[in-house]
Ligand binder design. Structure first.
Ligand code: DQA
Length: 145
């Protein structure tokens, strides 16, 4: 199984960015933790990050036929992006939405995800653990494809 972990805007700043909300672990640290866990389970894990909505659309389109599951932290685009929603629906690669923080316990605008209806499910609020839970969810989704 191949799992693409896709990360949206400002997640390249993890570790320095609002550490009281997002913790002190960098995206590179998360990548090595998840890749190690994936390797233990024989899962091929790829990590990508982009600050650009269009580039995220291109990456999702090119994942079709290349990745079995996408685990996606769309960051700020969660709450705004019709283009990413349409892209997930159009390409049909099973996608799991994840968030480091509990988006339902924060500002009102974060409670609404434009992407959730086209994702298999949502994981929110477990810090770096949201990425590991995303890997578990990818296993379940792949087994029931
Ligand atoms: C986030 C939550 C979003 O609301 C926010 O815009 C982010 C990060 C999270 O991982 O908790 O950039 O996706």
């Amino acid at each position: 199984m191949k799992v693409l972990f896709l990360n949206g805007p400002n997640l390249n700043l993890l570790g320095q960015r609002e550490p009281e909300i997002y913790g002190s672990t960098t995206l590179a640290d998360i990548e090595s933790i998840v890749k190690r866990r994936g390797a233990d389970q024989g899962i091929d894990v790829e990590f990508r990050q982009s600050n650009s909505e269009g580039e995220l659309v291109d990456i999702i389109q090119s994942a079709k036929g290349r990745a079995d599951v996408i685990v996606f932290n769309p960051a700020g685009y969660t709450h705004t992006s019709v283009a990413l929603r349409d892209c997930i629906a159009a390409t049909g690669v099973p996608t799991i939405e994840i968030h480091i923080s509990n988006v339902h316990a924060r500002e009102g605008f974060r409670r609404h995800s434009l992407l959730a209806p086209v994702c298999r499910g949502q994981i929110s609020g477990f810090g770096v653990g949201s990425y590991l839970l995303g890997l578990e969810a990818a296993n379940i989704v792949n087994a029931t494809k």
